[in-house]
Design a protein around this ligand. Sequence first.
Ligand code: ADP
Ligand code: MG
Length: 369
Amino acid sequence: PVPKDPPKIHRLDESVVNRIAAGEVIQRPVSAVKELVENSLDAHSTSINVVVKDGGLKLIQVSDDGHGIRYEDLPILCERHTTSKLSTFEDLQSIKSMGFRGEALASMTYVAHVTVTTITEGQLHGYRVSYRDGVMENQPKACAAVKGTQIMIENLFYNMIARRKTLQNSADDYSKIVDLLCRFSIHHINVSFSCRKHGAARADVHSAATSSRLDSIRSVYGVSVARNLMKIEASDSDPSSSVFDMNGFISNSNYIAKKRQWCFLSMVAFDIVTQKVVNSLVEKEYRLVECNALKRALEIVYAATLPKASKPFVYMSIVLPSEHIDVNVHPTKREVSLLNQEIIVEKIQLAVESKLRSSDEAKTFHEQT
Ligand code: ADP
Ligand code: MG
């Protein structure tokens, strides 16, 4: 029977609101790693090291050599909406950092135990402090520290039983984290990254800073990938259709990702770069994102040349004017929306198609002569 009185509306407890929001920002261990690494990049780190235990559910630890966090900022560090990166809504137009909402660290404290160790330039010692539900659990304690910041996330989703159960049954979280770090390292080639399981002697990702994208791809994904890559470019500068400049590397039709290789060998990474001229300097902001429309368009092209079930390797860097990109469309910031997306996708698809065709023709010609 349907009750005839409407149910009463009441206000949710703030702690409930915060935990619900946190569960959207931090969907699984890999989302926490992404936020932490982005913070380290925003702090101008040149070396970022990740340690993971139990697929991230027991421990995620990210250490960097960035600028650190001021002592006086520690009390509000993990409150929601506290950030050093954005002050007005208009700033979003020209945002150059990957973070901007001050939600990531706060979210982690609502679904895990967070401990921060940090030291700023010129200090004799660092500070360590733990957080829960947005607030400090104790006064920061002085401690020995090397340059930068180390953030430890323990017992992720300890208070979200269903989420924890689903994740415990899935074995692939560690490989998702490894995959993410591989992408980060070919993306930010001037930063060195490592990722290892807690207690393991060997790192599963270990990239040194380099000056060439192809060298970086070779060192992270191996020679067999790098050997089969072709350079690709496309651009448009007609304001009435689209404005972008793309360059990258795509695999040729000889490249077949073998089944038992790491799944991340078949990857699509899009590096969206926005640029803006500020005081006659071109400032660039790099953002690792997903663009499903582009991914699908490229899959269609490759489906015609590659054997079934095998996937291409694609790395693209797309440069756009910063006012043509909306970074604020998804809670995880994983997706972005581009102005004139359909036109851009179509142009890139055509470029890839013709590149593949001409390389195939060259191959056939070579085989006949
Ligand atoms: P956002 O990145 O959107 O600002 P976060 O919750 O991710 O929000 O981080 C809050 C603030 O904490 C950042 O604005 C930054 O000032 C500081 N912070 C976080 N991680 C680091 C880090 N690894 N090094 C230096 N500062 C950091
Ligand atoms: Mg952040």
